[in-house]
Design a protein around this ligand. Structure first.
Ligand code: SF4
Length: 178
């Protein structure tokens, strides 16, 4: 019980550090990118939330910000970039085009990035206001602190499964030796 409480507090401290040091990979394809630029500027100053460093390598990022329209041909590239980001990672869908395909009702546009990658927070709007993006960032930070991001949940699930397998294996080996 004591050890569990200590590791729980350590996990909370790590989550606290992570939520205030997000490194963004901006996958920006269309007009929403202008709003992203204003978010980075001095008026909205995303640095106040600890998320001001754009990184154009998935190896150095932990938040994928998908900004703008994604076509069917771009979808495999987006998926590959998502796969290349180390765990734990988070995804924010910026604007209606990324979230649902927006007003594009045609065969070239992906009707939402959640067809290829999991999304933690969706931002509505065409384009969304920078204030909405800041709101989304705060929502994401809450999720990170609660260990409730998609990839955080997957890591936890894998850990539990590995523990169960270990217990099962241990149990069967003691049965055999008895
Ligand atoms: S949501 Fe609107 S502003 Fe953003 S990429 Fe689509 S059309 Fe452009």
């Amino acid at each position: 019980m004591g050890l569990e409480a200590t590791t729980g507090r350590l996990a909370d401290a790590v989550a606290w550090a992570r939520k205030y040091s997000l490194f963004t990979y901006p996958f920006a394809t269309a007009c929403c990118a202008m709003e992203y630029m204003s978010l980075m500027g001095p008026r909205y100053d995303v640095a106040r939330y600890g998320a001001e460093f754009p990184r154009f390598s998935p190896r150095q990022a932990d938040m994928l910000l998908v900004v703008g329209t994604i076509t069917e041909r771009q979808a495999p590239v987006l998926k590959r970039i998502y796969d290349q980001i180390c765990e734990p990672k988070w995804v924010v869908s910026f604007g209606v085009c990324a979230s649902s395909g927006g007003f594009y009702q045609n065969y070239t546009t992906l009707p939402g990035i959640d067809h290829v990658i999991p999304v933690d927070v969706y931002i509505p709007g065409c384009p969304p206001r920078p204030e909405q993006v800041l709101d989304a960032l705060v929502m994401l930070q809450d999720k990170i602190q609660r260990h409730d991001g998609y990839s955080q949940r997957m890591i936890e699930l894998e850990k539990r499964e590995a523990q169960m397998k270990k217990k099962k294996k241990h149990g069967s080996s003691t049965e055999t030796s008895a």
